[in-house]
Design a protein around this ligand. Structure first.
Ligand SMILES: N[C@@H]1[C@@H](O)[C@H](O)[C@@H](COP(=O)(O)O)O[C@@H]1O
Length: 242
């Protein structure tokens, strides 16, 4: 894993955006895996800024998001589809039909999981997957204890994750209890992975990622077994670590 240490969240956002922009420029029809969450917001702002200034085109890019809450419609402000539309897609020249976020409000979510897996395969697999990391080491919504063999499926959210994400909702009770997430095996099949982490709230997760064992108790640890992972993290997330 290559680690790029940057000063703060602003620098992280800029760096992660440049990283993605270069990849898109080199491969305009790339398959890009995307993440939601507070960490990715700044990166997306810089992608938009670059698009407006330098006209990097996303017309031929296809995207697959990691996860979505079960029960939330794409128009719900807390759905990840809504997040992606408002924070990124609506501001680029990307074709909406080429943006994929699992649908959390369908009648048959199990079928949705299988369809999503198939679609990723059909498109030739993910070239570059952007990842955040949960305080408990989750990637996507693969909570501790998730099998390293797991594929896109329905999961129950850990209490700590619901509490972490409650800041986006009116109250904790509104945070869905279940989600659809790409599995760990699905994520590991991406040709390349870019993980971003910011702030002291992620320090313990970074310590376990960089210094701990590879274990299903800490899902992100599997990334050590991937041959092309880059981590961009800020000082606050890396304090006390090499
Ligand atoms: N499911 C998402 C993840 O895909 C995200 O990467 C992570 C970190 O979120 P944040 O960047 O807000 O800390 O947790 C969320 O629950």
């Amino acid at each position: 894993m290559k680690i790029i240490r940057v000063k703060d969240y602003e620098a992280l956002s800029k760096r992660a955006a440049s990283y993605l922009i270069e990849k898109v420029r080199n491969k305009p029809n790339m398959i890009l895996g995307l993440a939601t969450g507070g960490t990715s917001e700044g990166t997306y702002q810089y992608l938009i800024k670059d698009y407006k200034g330098n006209q990097t085109s996303y017309r031929n890019v296809t995207t697959f998001n990691l996860d979505e809450y079960i029960g939330l419609d794409g128009n719900n402000e807390n759905s990840y589809r809504f997040f992606m539309d408002t924070h990124l897609f609506n501001h680029l020249d990307i074709e909406k039909t080429k943006t994929h976020v699992p649908r959390g409000n369908v009648k048959d979510p199990l079928k949705e999981c299988d369809t999503y897996e198939l679609l990723i395969k059909e498109r030739g697999g993910i070239d570059l997957q952007l990842l955040g990391i949960g305080g408990n080491g989750h990637i996507g919504f693969n909570e501790p204890g998730s099998s390293f063999q797991s594929r896109t499926r329905i999961v129950e959210l850990a209490d700590s994750t619901r509490r972490d994400n409650a800041r986006f909702f009116e109250q904790l009770e509104d945070v869905p209890t279940h989600a659809i997430t790409m599995g760990i095996a699905t994520i590991m099949e991406s040709k390349e992975i870019l993980l971003i982490a910011s702030g002291e709230g992620k320090r313990e997760a970074m310590r376990r990622l960089l210094q701990g064992d590879v274990s299903e108790d800490f899902p992100a640890s599997i990334l050590k077994k991937h041959s092309h992972v880059t981590i961009i993290a800020d000082e606050a997330a890396l304090t006390g670590l090499e």
